[in-house]
Design a protein around this ligand. Structure first.
Ligand code: FES
Length: 229
């Protein structure tokens, strides 16, 4: 799916934790796969990278405080560039566990839309847990605290969040084939040329080669993480 520039109108926004859930109506229909992301650019130099989730004609993002101004007021228009990256690798098997950090909630929800069967979400944040439940009203997916996650119960595990969120799980489980990680940490240009998002000796870039990777694809980087103090 090739990237495009387009503009979008803000449909609604809700303050949530340290950011905002913002729904946009794009001028033209926009296609993307789960795990692909967008650059969102507002007038006055506010900008940020974020994962989209589709709700009818709207695209919904969670924008953290870095992409917002001090009073969290947003102009009516935004420019979007995307979709960027390759998205998530496909799950293995049918029992899917998703460990998700606050700002990555939309990526987790987009994943649910393409998975047949049940997704079990785990989050460390009560407010987000509530939001996940509200957004998924009427289906049979579950939301639980992170502490209740049990590795052996799942055929595929997605850990979606900042690198700091992901690292403790890598140290605990190592480079297991059935774990996929996804992160926008360190993404700066988003287009593959600045090198700021390279994962150690693998040479893989989060922005264009990912942002989702099976751990078997980035074993060397996982080893570096596991052994760092
Ligand atoms: S963010 Fe610049 S290469 Fe990935």
């Amino acid at each position: 799916m090739t990237s495009k520039y387009f503009s979008a109108f803000i449909n609604s926004s809700i303050k949530l934790e340290k950011g905002k859930v913002v729904s946009f109506i794009p001028k033209k229909a926009v296609e993307f796969d789960p795990g692909q992301f967008f650059l969102i650019s507002f007038p006055k130099n506010l900008r940020g990278f974020s994962f989209p989730w589709r709700v009818k004609k709207s695209i919904v993002f969670y924008l953290n405080s870095e992409a917002l101004n001090d009073n969290y007021e947003l102009p009516k228009y935004a420019g979007l560039i995307g979709p960027l990256g390759k998205g998530f690798p496909k799950p293995l098997g049918k029992r899917i566990g998703v460990l998700v950090e606050d700002a990555y909630i939309m990526a987790a929800l987009a994943l649910r839309d393409v998975i047949k069967g049940k997704v079990a979400y785990f989050t460390g944040n009560e407010d987000l847990g509530l939001m996940l439940q509200l957004l998924k009203e009427g289906d049979n997916n579950t939301v639980s605290p992170l502490e209740e996650f049990k590795f052996s119960e799942f055929s595929s595990i997605y850990i979606i969040g900042s690198i700091d969120f992901i690292k403790p799980f890598l140290k605990r489980y190592g480079a297991k084939e059935n774990i996929t990680i996804a992160s926008l940490s360190k993404v700066s240009c988003g287009l593959g040329f600045c090198g700021s998002c390279i994962l150690g000796k693998t040479g893989k870039r989060l922005c264009v080669d990912g942002p989702g990777f099976r751990l078997s694809e980035i074993k060397e980087w996982v080893k570096e993480v596991v052994h760092e103090s």
